[in-house]
Design a protein around this ligand. Structure first.
Ligand code: SF4
Length: 351
């Protein structure tokens, strides 16, 4: 536990938390919507600081990131709680838990970085629950990670205020931002949040930072899979972020409070990928299903398959220092001198 950043006291003895657009007003002894920011004696504390609900080594493609150190492994961890209320949450056992319910471990920033170095991974990921709500911990770990030559990745819904963004993302190298839908109806009804702040975060990433970022759109049958909505989402991305931002259309499975919806048919994802291509998106992918074509990176210039994947596994990587054999630079962060190789199968493993 540590005193929080981004808050101020109000006249009514409540604290206003300004970390995320929910702007909770928190009375003495109470916690905000996310469970892990608490008013204790008139000051706000980050209960998530120094805790983890567990560590795992994942393929970086699982985040998902397809254009950032492809084929590498990443140390992944999260805390408890969340600032969104997604009824379809696929990590609800920790995102809807308070710290003491989630069997958290105590851990320091130094220990996290040491763990990554010990396992010889090039990067660590703040994931599983939304790292925005433990922004103070993110800052301290990512600063230390950078000093020790490691990269840091945020896996986030992007629901953060303009005030907090620059500090939370200061030492971050890459992000996957969940753009959960492209209607305010969906955000309001199924996530208890709003669309516009997420779009603001995406535009801020493009405008103000050199952070590499990709987008995930989890497609839920009957809720956000309408082709018109996918078209509008893709057109917005091209117009506001450009055509080189990878988008991952991923399959939903029934979970938490949304168990009356079927799994996403693979055909829905294939259709979304085609819509994205016709909107001009150069790197549309599908996820959570087996689809070799939909998981391959194609050179936008000559059409060569530059990275072939099967789910999270790299089958073949023909990039040379980030370029296709035709010389086209593929946008992303690729290790210098990377040459064609086939990677041994990586399995996520809990530590
Ligand atoms: S970070 Fe937590 S406490 Fe702060 S406004 Fe968001 S949900 Fe509320």
């Amino acid at each position: 536990m540590r005193e929080a950043l981004w808050w101020h006291a109000e006249a009514n003895e409540k604290i206003l938390c300004t970390l995320c657009p929910r702007y909770c007003r928190i009375g003495e002894g109470q916690a905000g919507f996310c469970y892990i920011r608490k008013n204790i004696g008139g000051r706000l504390y980050s209960l998530g600081y120094g805790s983890s609900t567990g560590f795992a080594i994942d393929p970086i493609e699982k985040k998902p990131l397809n254009h950032f150190l492809p084929g590498s492994e990443i140390l992944s961890f999260g805390t408890a709680g969340c600032n969104l209320g997604c009824r379809f949450c696929q990590n609800w056992s920790i995102s809807k838990a308070k710290l003491d319910e989630a069997q958290s471990l105590e851990v320091t920033p130094d220990r996290v970085v040491e763990l990554a170095l010990k396992h010889r991974v090039p990067a660590l990921a703040f994931t599983y629950n939304d790292p925005v709500i433990w922004g103070e911990f993110v800052i301290d770990i990512s600063r230390l990670a950078r000093e020790r030559g490691l990269k840091s990745v945020m896996v986030t819904a992007g629901y953060i205020t303009a005030e907090a963004r620059p500090e939370v993302f200061r030492h971050i190298d890459a992000a996957n931002v969940d753009l959960k839908a492209f209607t305010e109806r969906f955000y309001h009804k199924l996530t208890f949040s709003h669309l516009d702040p997420v779009l603001d975060t995406l535009q801020w990433l493009k405008r103000e930072t050199d952070i590499w970022y990709e987008i995930t759109n989890l497609m839920i049958p009957g809720e956000n899979d309408d082709p018109d909505e996918t078209r509008r989402l893709c057109d917005w991305v091209v117009d506001h972020l450009g055509d080189s931002v990878p988008i991952h259309f991923t399959a939903f499975h029934p979970d938490f409070k949304l168990t009356d919806k079927p799994r996403t048919p693979a055909a829905t994802l294939v259709r979304a990928r085609e819509i994205a291509k016709s909107s001009g998106i150069k790197f549309p992918y599908v996820g959570n299903v087996h689809d070799l074509n939909g998981q391959t990176t194609y050179c936008p210039s000559c059409g060569t398959a530059v990275i072939r994947r099967s789910w999270h596994e790299i089958l073949e990587n023909n990039l040379r220092a980030g370029c296709c054999l035709c010389g086209e630079q593929i946008p992303g962060v690729f290790p210098a001198g990377q040459v064609s190789h086939t990677r041994a199968r990586h399995r996520p493993r809990r530590l």
